[in-house]
Design a protein. Sequence first.
Length: 126
Amino acid sequence: MQREIISTKNAPQAIGTYSQAIKVGNTVYLSGQIPLNPKTMELIEGDMSAQIMRVFDNLTAVANAAGGSLADISKLNIFLTDLTHFSLINEMMAKYFSEPYPARAAIGVANLPKNALVEMDAIMTL
């Protein structure tokens, strides 16, 4: 099956040997996004809410570039350096998603690229 590379300037550029997303058939695999400003490629400043919003904005930009939206996400993986932010994730997700919510995993990790506090990747079905 043909693989299509998805890329947009509205989300941070890949910092390594990966694509922002890959489309295979009607499935899009979105690479992990951290709270980078796409213009400066620097971590945004602000509290955890601001970091989560930036990650969702980055995912939205990549989903849009693939012809979809967050509503098309089937599976969302969330990586947190501090699981005490789990309730904040739920609160913030309610601003970006409506039922039926995607399947999800929230995973505690020791650290993330650029010392980000949150990273998310997703699988989207168009």
